[in-house]
Unconditional design. Structure first.
Length: 397
């Protein structure tokens, strides 16, 4: 396995972003070529290592989009997906051959259920296709990735054989996808460990590509890198087929936040993550829920009084990610669950006189507010009302 290190000696994890390929396969997420180019440039700015720009053989529009991205991107590798067929590989190469750092990503399913019911081929035929396709792709492009589709439902001995043949044919990266989100974190880690510990794969990068059908894509990806993988394939906001892919922002911030557990380094600039998320939302019209980890509107928002008190005392009480490091800020939302400390903090920011009467009036306004009322304006109104008589006992905090 190839191990890349930064100056501090920590292993480097490559971030392979497939928002523009697997992410766009989310129903309704189709993007224009112009939108794809803008997002690709943002991904480059954010610091991803590889951009999977599309599947050129799937349509003329996809071909043109990949070709355009390949010409526009300077720092990242630009990757095109291909089935194990000469025509697909030719299409992929023609789309990316002008990229400064091109990569062809060849895949073939290896599980019995796919071989028997989708491809209708034997294991021997699958091995032959892998050998021929990877070898042909290598004759065109020096940087080849091979994926064993549905790897986690593949017999481990056959999986090792297929990956070994891909490496012998010239693959630089071997990908072990959990294509249908079937694996459990411990189980997936054991599969990756079985591959990474084999000397046959010492000179290649091992990649993980996990889907979220059981809500475990990020957990499985992290288990993969703990067990020897050097590349994570993911998407912005976790978009992708069915329940989606591993969310880039969650993988990255898990590693950044828990360096004690994940002693790895990446090139990603966290301050570009939220803007990247918003850009993908705008392009795909697939919007993240407010409580989405890392990029949701409520990820750095606090309303409960106990939490707000803790945040005022020390943000580490309730925020394990520094909001400023993400290019955003903590929000203490004033609502019925807010406490005295947060309300006073709000009053001070609004230059409202702070004394026993105004505090009582403000608390009363908060605790008796209507569901859709502008509570902050209600506080201002209550504290400016000369006839206010204070707060009832049951409204005290």
């Amino acid at each position: 396995m190839v191990v890349l290190n930064y100056g501090n000696g920590n292993k480097k994890i490559k971030i392979f972003d497939t928002t523009l390929r697997d992410g766009e396969q989310s129903p309704g997420a189709t993007m224009s070529i112009e939108e794809k180019v803008v997002i690709a440039k943002q991904l480059e700015k954010m610091g991803v290592d590889i951009i999977e720009a599309g599947f050129p053989a799937s349509s003329q529009k996809d071909f043109e989009g990949v070709q355009k991205i390949a010409k526009e991107i300077n720092e990242c590798e630009v990757c095109a997906l291909s089935r194990c067929s000469k025509s697909d590989i030719d299409s992929a190469w023609n789309a990316i051959k002008k990229a400064k750092k091109p990569r062809i990503h060849v895949f073939l399913a290896t599980s019995d259920i796919h071989l028997n019911h989708k491809l209708n081929i034997s294991k021997e035929e699958a091995i032959k296709r892998i050998q021929e396709s990877v070898s042909y792709a290598k004759s065109l492009c020096p940087n080849i990735e091979f994926s064993a589709e549905d790897a986690t439902r593949t017999e481990i001995s056959f999986l090792k054989m297929a990956l070994n043949e891909a490496v012998k044919a010239g693959a630089n990266t071997i990908n072990i996808p959990d294509s249908v989100g079937y694996a459990q974190p411990k189980e997936y880690g054991e599969i990756i460990q079985a591959i990474s510990s084999n000397p046959v794969f010492d000179e290649v990068t091992i990649s993980v590509h996990c889907h979220d059908d059981l809500g475990l894509a990020v957990a499985n990806s992290l288990s993969g890198i703990k067990n020897g993988a050097g590349q994570v394939e993911c998407t912005i906001n976790g978009i992708g087929e069915r329940a989606g892919n591993a969310a880039l922002e969650e993988v990255v911030m898990a590693i950044n936040t828990r360096k004690d557990y994940y002693p790895f380094e990446m090139k990603i600039n966290p301050k570009e993550i939220i803007s990247s998320s918003k850009m993908v939302c705008d392009a795909t019209k697939i919007f993240v829920q407010k409580n989405k980890a890392v990029v949701g509107a409520n990820a750095f928002a606090h309303e409960a009084g106990i939490h707000q008190h803790g945040m005022i005392a020390n943000p580490l009480c309730y925020e394990i990610i520094n909001a400023e490091s993400m290019g955003t800020e903590t929000k203490l939302v004033i609502g019925r669950h807010s406490g005295k400390h947060a309300i006073i903090s709000f009053m001070e920011k609004k230059s409202i006189p702070v004394n026993d009467t105004t505090i009582a009036n403000a608390i009363n306004a908060v605790k008796n507010s209507e569901k859709n009322e502008d509570i902050e304006q209600a506080i201002i109104n209550a504290c400016s009302n000369e006839n206010s008589v204070g707060v009832s006992n049951n409204a005290r905090i």
